[in-house]
Design a protein around this ligand. Structure first.
Ligand code: FES
Ligand code: FES
Length: 143
């Protein structure tokens, strides 16, 4: 239907024109290397965290359209968030991607909602959560 089509366009747009792809040009950054064991694809997430806030986020690496569009959307969404909010958003994303109910609360899911359909393809869920898991790992390791 139309919504599926719109969602597919949003995903392809992030895949073809990734936001925040590249290195983070700051000295004090966290780099998290994360792979999807089911396919071997891997991404590196670069985070600049200051005063418990994600000031900047970028990513590099290789993956499928779902994993890379999700990384693009995730880096956009968490920039400017406190680390607690970013972790909470990751929990909500996890619910969304499994097809469960979730409340956006005061968080802005924006383009991220376009990945909802992935819940119908369980094998792809790990693709969609790859970047979020990297973010969680980076923040938790830094706490
Ligand atoms: Fe890679 Fe569909 S996104 S197979
Ligand atoms: Fe490898 Fe999606 S198929 S991350």
């Amino acid at each position: 239907n139309n919504l599926d089509q719109l969602y597919r366009q949003v995903i392809m747009d992030h895949y073809k024109n990734p936001r925040n792809k590249g290195q983070l040009d700051v000295e004090d950054k966290l780099t998290i290397d994360m792979n999807n064991p089911t396919c071997g694809d891997r991404i590196q997430l670069h985070l600049q965290v200051e005063d418990n806030k994600i000031v900047d986020a970028k990513f590099t690496g290789e993956g499928c359209s779902i994993s890379l569009s999700s990384a693009s959307m995730m880096t956009e969404a968490v920039k400017g968030l406190s680390v607690d909010k970013a972790l909470h958003m990751s929990e909500l994303f996890s619910e969304m991607i499994q097809g469960n109910d979730y409340e956006e609360e005061d968080l802005d899911f924006g383009d991220i909602q376009a990945l909802q359909g992935v819940s119908k393809f369980p094998a792809r869920i790990k693709c969609a959560t790859l970047a979020w898991k990297a973010m969680e790992k980076g923040i938790k390791g830094n706490q």
